[in-house]
Design a protein around this ligand. Sequence first.
Ligand code: HEM
Length: 122
Amino acid sequence: MWDWHIYIGYVLVGLFSIRFILPAFGHMKIQNPLSKDLTAKMKVQKWTYLIFYISVIVSLTTGLIIELGPKDLKKSMEDIHVLSIYYLLAFITIHLAGVLLAEFSDQKGIISRIVSGSKKEE
Ligand code: HEM
């Protein structure tokens, strides 16, 4: 039943690898939440993404070790891996709440821009 999630996991390993190679070529730099010229709100956003990225890397690494790694690590990796569900649900909740907050405060139309992909409000 969980086979589909393992295949998606492998695809995610590929996409995440590309995500972390791109900054080496000057694209999509990882943003620093400690940077001084950020507002408190931007710092919270950047910390949330950083923690999420680290959590996904832990899920992917432990998932790969369960599947491909040595048998004696399997049990301990599984114990860590199954915790993934907690950050995943937390991140989805925070993300949706953030988008709704933005829509109804200073970034009206953000939901429609996410759906339609347009850059400017018309
Ligand atoms: C962001 C990526 C991932 C997330 C959020 C995630 C999440 C989860 C969760 C919540 C479970 C527990 C299911 C249960 O209740 O039994 C699980 C199980 C499992 N995952 Fe992942 N997973 C990810 C990536 C991967 C990858 C890349 C692999 C392997 C290539 C993998 C292999 C497995 C295996 C083998 C199990 C079963 C472990 C067991 O029997 O306890 N996962 N995963």
